[in-house]
Design a protein around this ligand. Sequence first.
Ligand code: ZN
Length: 84
Amino acid sequence: MGGDVRDAGRAMAAIFRAACPDCRGRFELAAGALRLAIGASRRTTFYSFTCPDCGAAVRKPAGERIIELLTGGGVRTLRLHSSV
Ligand SMILES: [Zn+2]
């Protein structure tokens, strides 16, 4: 059903709920644990984090709403420029 990131509340410190596709763990991540990459197209726009349970590097596509949530929550954003 789409993204796993949800705004977990209106607290000052943004906490995002996320789930790991590898170990299926569910956890909460602070904004500093997430990264958002915005590319030229939807395919290159994604967020990523490291699973605190199994250590997997998780990458998921980020839709507009997720981008809003993440940037609003202070997640570091990388803007990718195609280098061709
Ligand atoms: Zn995991």
